[in-house]
Design a protein around this ligand. Structure first.
Ligand SMILES: Cc1cc2nc3c(=O)[nH]c(=O)nc-3n(C[C@H](O)[C@H](O)[C@H](O)COP(=O)(O)OP(=O)(O)OC[C@H]3O[C@@H](n4cnc5c(N)ncnc54)[C@H](O)[C@@H]3O)c2cc1C
Length: 411
């Protein structure tokens, strides 16, 4: 039988096979929609990231394919179970918050940490019958409701494009006018170390809100086989304003008394690498005639935690559903896509993204952070409330209320 990928016409072309693109492909296949998934690199390929897979990622797999989730659960050399988060306050006090396991009936860990080189190869293996590697999309033009897509390999025609090309791609800049807005964009550094001491045995990730990098943070995420992913993220506007050299800042943080001992016998593996995080702290158009933007290409990263994989997977799924509907309705106009995609994405994500933006601003006041951590360390009920806040956005909304802090001061 002739391989479908030989065909130069299809209903949907997905640009980029990261989490957003793979999720879109998984769901287009479920819906029986003919499509191609084009990726400029060849797997296994690295992606600079903190490598933390949150409850949202676990939930995506639980809803998409539980067998795949079981596979993740059993690949302990690549996926380290993560059971919570340790917050380091600016006053160096730490607060240990387990992830809630309320919605987890199958007893998998609530989160995982996995090198993206492994996780993305795992995702790509689930969509390999649609995947064309070494295929870079160079440009696209649209005529009579049909896209003509120029790649380094061939020209492909499709009715819809799902752009999942991530942050900083030439394609995104050219085709959907992707621009860096420094107040809504973060720069991040990632390094792999082995031999870091004091890593949590239950895979708790560590977010340290060190005073002079606020509202950004320094992270230490334990990984399988004794490694750790460490890094630093800061708002681009602040980096420009204070003329910060991020690599130097990372070295300064590593030399702080609370971390110095832990890195005494640690060795850096490979290089320290940087990449951008387009934050979802501002609503933007997520579609145009015949095109849907997903994941980082749609700027959907949580502005407080820097988490983007879960939103990439979920926006990929919603884009697939919208593309299916558009093909059935033969309607590819921006007004239709906006109604069936942009509005759904923001209905699901905006209250959380907006709240994270508020928290990102509150973190600029170190004393507030110190107050919450100090009180929570003494108060079991408050600690439990904070655990539930990870799952429950309404509960998390308490953090923006002055009453919440007044009560803390009183008790
Ligand atoms: C330093 C750092 C730390 C982070 N830490 C975390 C974390 O711990 N947890 C978390 O959830 N999120 C984290 N994030 C965010 C997360 O990495 C992204 O949100 C996520 O990768 C977005 O997925 P995506 O599929 O949209 O894009 P990507 O993962 O960037 O995938 C885009 C794909 O498109 C391909 N591509 C690009 N242009 C073309 C083209 N023209 N033609 C064909 N293919 C193309 C690329 O090769 C790539 O494979 C971090 C980000 C950074 C920078």
């Amino acid at each position: 039988m002739k391989n479908k990928l030989q065909s130069k016409n299809t209903d949907v072309v997905i640009v980029g096979a990261g989490p957003a693109g793979c999720a879109a492909s998984m769901h287009l296949s479920k819906l029986g929609v003919d499509h191609m998934l084009l990726e400029k690199e060849c797997f296994p390929r690295d992606k600079i990231c903190g490598d933390a897979l949150s409850g949202k990622v676990v939930d995506f797999f639980r809803k998409t394919n539980t067998t795949w989730l079981n596979e993740i659960d059993h690949r302990s050399a690549q996926f380290l179970p993560s059971n919570g988060v340790i917050f380091g306050a600016p006053n160096k006090q730490v607060l240990k918050v387990p992830f809630s396991t309320n919605s987890n009936q199958n007893k998998q860990a609530p989160g995982f940490i996995s090198r993206r080189i492994d996780f993305d190869t795992f995702l790509a293996s689930k969509v390999k019958n649609r995947l064309m590697e070494n295929t870079e999309v160079l440009s696209a033009k649209r005529q009579n409701d049909i896209w003509e897509i120029q790649t380094n390999q061939r020209v492909i025609k499709s009715k819809i494009i799902i752009s999942a090309a991530g942050a900083q791609s030439n394609w995104a800049r050219k085709t959907h006018n992707f621009k860096i807005e420094k107040d809504h964009f973060c720069a991040g550094l990632r390094a792999y170390y082995n031999g870091v001491s004091g890593l949590d045995p239950q895979g708790f990730i560590e977010l340290h809100f060190v005073k002079d990098i606020l509202p950004g943070y320094f992270w230490i995420f334990p990984m399988a086989e004794g490694y750790a992913n460490i890094g630093l993220g800061m708002l681009s506007s602040q980096i420009s304003k204070d003329k910060i050299n991020l690599k130097q800042k990372l070295q300064e943080v590593l030399a702080l008394p609370q971390f110095k001992e832990r890195f005494k016998s640690a060795n850096l593996e490979g290089e320290i690498l940087g990449w951008g995080l387009p934050l979802g702290s501002k609503k933007r158009p997520l579609s145009d005639d015949g095109i849907l933007l997903t994941g980082d290409a749609a700027s959907l990263i949580d502005p407080f935690t820097g988490e983007g994989i879960g939103n990439a997977l979920n926006s990929g799924k919603l884009a697939a559903e919208c593309a299916h509907l558009a093909i059935q309705s033969k309607n590819f106009a921006q007004s239709f896509l906006k109604q069936h995609y942009d509005q759904l994405v923001y209905q699901k994500l905006w209250s959380e993204l907006r709240l994270s933006r508020i928290m990102q601003k509150l973190v600029r006041f170190p004393w507030l952070f110190n107050l919450v951590v100090n009180k929570a360390n003494k108060n079991t009920t408050l600690r439990h409330t904070i655990t539930c806040m990870f799952e429950d956005v309404d509960l998390r909304a308490k953090l923006k209320s002055p009453k919440f802090y007044l009560n803390l001061l009183r008790n």
